[in-house]
Design a binder for this molecule. Structure first.
Ligand SMILES: Nc1ncnc2c1ncn2[C@@H]1O[C@H](COP(=O)(O)OP(=O)(O)OP(=O)(O)O)[C@@H](O)[C@H]1O
Ligand SMILES: [Mg+2]
Length: 254
């Protein structure tokens, strides 16, 4: 094999290798005498650069699953591997480092730091990783069209502007994977569309994998794969584009 050919195959392998592998995840909570199983034997993987949507009716376990995948919460059993690192075996400090350098997050309720300006919020992941990059921050501010608001605090912004800030912050450090939990749940249709387009555009630029919980079947049509949750389990994980519209309809009926 020529050196170029071997380089090519390595790149291709990396591209097709799972970035995130979750095996047999279980999570339950205690409610008085009763144990409530919220996540039951969930296994899934996400490829590098893949865009995965998680759908399912309210209470089916989507947010809990996302929290486990993003190592924001611990499973009772099961394992999560990100880029070859077994997250279960890491200390809180090591996990925090991985969250900072390899993951991005967008939540329904924005979760911006209230005392930092737009530009400081976007810069935050780079600053805590001790890799400040003013040019990259400015690039993101421009990309999400917030130049005129960059010195404002989150409380002085509209919902759409806050979520555009959160999207820029999630992608500024070019993370390997971005998790978003109903990122447009608090926005009107126009702002929702804008935020989603930005998320997808910026992801193209950073090559990040994207795992999004949403009820939006229009967004689901753009995904590489849709996973449907039901009662804490994965009901279907291999939906192709042609099946997504039906699944979205079913989500309403389930
Ligand atoms: N800490 C907790 N204590 C008790 N029950 C919990 C806890 N966290 C989640 N649950 C329950 O687990 C189930 C799954 O919750 P989860 O928030 O993951 O659902 P979801 O699919 O994200 O719903 P939604 O679409 O409404 O956001 C729900 O029945 C919820 O009430
Ligand atoms: Mg939820």
């Amino acid at each position: 094999m020529t050196p170029q050919a071997s380089m090519l195959s390595t790149t291709d392998n990396q591209k097709n290798a799972p970035l995130l592998i979750a095996k047999q995840l279980n999570k339950s909570v205690r409610l008085g005498e009763r144990r409530l199983d919220i996540i039951k034997n969930v296994s899934l993987s996400v490829l590098a650069g893949e865009f995965v949507i998680i759908m399912g009716k309210s209470g089916s376990g989507k947010s809990t699953l996302l929290g486990l995948l993003a190592a924001l919460d611990y499973p009772d059993s099961g394992s999560i591997e990100l880029d070859g690192k077994l997250l279960n075996t890491l200390s809180e400090e090591e996990l925090a480092k991985i969250r900072q350098s390899e993951m991005g997050f967008v939540f329904q309720s924005f979760h911006l730091l209230p005392t930092l300006t737009v530009s400081e919020n976007i810069a935050f992941p780079l600053d805590i990783a001790k890799a400040p990059d003013a040019d990259r921050v400015q690039e993101l501010i421009t990309a999400v069209n917030l130049n005129h608001r960059k010195d404002n605090l989150p409380s002085q912004l509209s919902g759409g502007e806050q979520q555009r800030t959160a999207v820029a912050r999630a992608l500024v450090a070019r993370p390997k994977i971005v998790f978003a939990d109903e990122p447009t749940g608090n926005l009107d249709e126009e702002n929702a569309k804008q935020v989603l387009n930005l998320l997808l555009d910026l992801r193209k630029d950073s090559g990040s994998a994207l795992v999004v919980v949403t009820h939006d079947s229009a967004l689901a049509k753009l995904a590489d794969r849709v996973i449907i949750m039901k009662d804490g389990s994965i009901e279907d994980s291999s939906l192709q584009n042609s099946q997504i519209a039906n699944a979205a309809k079913r989500e309403v009926e389930i």
